[in-house]
Design a protein around this ligand. Structure first.
Ligand SMILES: Nc1nc2c(c(=O)[nH]1)N[C@H]1C(S)=C(S)[C@@H](COP(=O)(O)O)O[C@H]1N2
Ligand SMILES: [Mo]
Length: 376
């Protein structure tokens, strides 16, 4: 090697060192950028990105090009909107499960998957759908790219209601262990709501009264935060709301479709009409009027009402021998198993709720009923 060659060699060495340094700095900068981006939990998302929570220790942000690299399927799907209209589409995109498999996870291992859209619409997909149904993260509909305000992804689940077809989807929350837990107490919504401040609301041109869910929860539960609230309507519709979202809602207590659950300022599609029951942690709230509308009516003596056994079942109340009945004035009575047979809840002439049972050792009567809990 002569002198000039040695100099060139040194030069090369120096240059590759500089290049390496530049690469390392760039990589660190990029990692930091990803980390900063991922930590902006609430609204991290720039156009075309989707944040995934619950997949890895850190939130994961994926882009459209990540989705486009995955194998895609095309499926025809049709569903009914809440207003009865038909929606149908040939949806193209990767399956959620295909995406999860990239990270060594699978759709079936989660108990809830919540999709959230840019307009704040959100819905949780329950375990039975997660176990049985393909979920398409579609970016092509009927052979064409999604229209701008539906991008980056429209979720499509063939065979399931259109409420699961989240357009403009920008966030996925993967949850485990969030099933409905058995209730340790059942509160009747009708008398409970009467004890709370009533707000005047305008809904579709008519004025209605509503109570704040926050007031109900503060008054009738321990008030501690929960991850999910399970809500069921009289027609069988079931939904899971985030605990935080739920506490921003109100419930219309009169007017059409009462009890009607809605979150002011959020899309109409999140409304739940004719709420029958909701479970907040270990407390179940059940609406007697709705129960009487949709559950079979029974007769005891001169009263017609809903069997306590049906109410207990709907509320997911823990089974027990004896029950403590609490009245709206705070008084309470324990009714032993023997007194509960054929028992029913009914509305008395004054509109208050009451319990009656023929009982093996004589009739049992409780009036001004507010809540029921098992005694252990
Ligand atoms: N981003 C977003 N997606 C949404 C909704 C919404 O309000 N926002 N509504 C849902 C409901 S309740 C229904 S019935 C369907 C309506 O389907 P369509 O968009 O084809 O009318 O979209 C679902 N996806
Ligand atoms: Mo809907």
């Amino acid at each position: 090697m002569n002198e000039t060659e040695k100099v060139k060699q040194k030069h090369k060495f120096f240059l590759s060192g500089v290049l390496l340094l530049v690469a390392v700095v760039a990589a660190l900068g990029y990692l930091n950028y990803r980390a900063v981006n991922a930590s902006r939990e609430s609204n991290p998302i720039s156009a075309g990105q989707i944040l995934i929570h619950g997949l890895q220790d850190q939130d994961v942000v994926i882009t459209m090009s990540d989705l486009e690299k995955l194998p895609a399927v095309t499926r025809y799907a049709e569903a009914e909107r809440s207003n009865g209209d038909e929606v149908s589409v040939n949806a193209t995109g990767p399956l959620l499960d295909t995406l999860l498999k990239q990270y060594g996870r699978s759709q079936q291992e989660f108990s809830l998957v919540r999709f959230t859209a840019r307009d704040s619409y959100s819905i949780a997909v329950p375990p039975d759908i997660l176990k049985n149904c393909p979920i398409i993260l579609s970016y092509i509909n009927d052979g064409k790219p999604l229209e701008a305000d539906w991008q980056p992804v429209r979720v499509v689940i063939p065979g399931e209601r259109a409420m699961y077809w989240v357009k403009d989807m920008i966030r996925i929350d993967l949850e485990t262990g969030t099933e409905r837990i058995p209730a340790g107490k059942l509160v009747f919504m009708d008398p409970a709501a009467l004890s709370l401040p009533q707000e005047d609301l305008r809904d579709n041109g008519s004025s209605v009264k509503a109570v704040k869910t926050r007031d109900l929860i503060d008054r009738y539960t321990g008030g501690s935060p929960v991850q999910n609230v399970f809500i069921k309507a009289g027609d069988g519709l079931e939904k899971n709301e985030t605990g935080a979202g739920f506490l921003n809602a109100c419930i219309e207590v009169n007017g059409q479709d009462a009890p009607k659950y809605l979150i002011p300022g959020l899309p109409e599609g999140m409304t739940i009409r004719n709420v029958l029951v909701f479970n907040y942690g270990a407390t179940a709230f059940i609406d007697y009027a709705e129960a009487a509308r949709v559950l079979p009516l029974q007769t005891v003596g001169r009263q017609s009402g809903v069997a306590l056994s049906d109410i207990v079942k709907q509320a997911g109340l823990t089974g027990a021998g004896d029950y403590l009945f609490t009245k709206t004035d705070g008084g309470s009575v324990i009714v032993a198993t023997a007194g509960l047979g054929n028992g029913l809840v009914y509305q008395d002439a004054g509109g208050a709720l009451a319990f009656t049972a023929s009982g093996t050792s004589g009739a049992v009567e409780v009036d001004d009923l507010l809540s029921i809990e098992p005694v252990t």
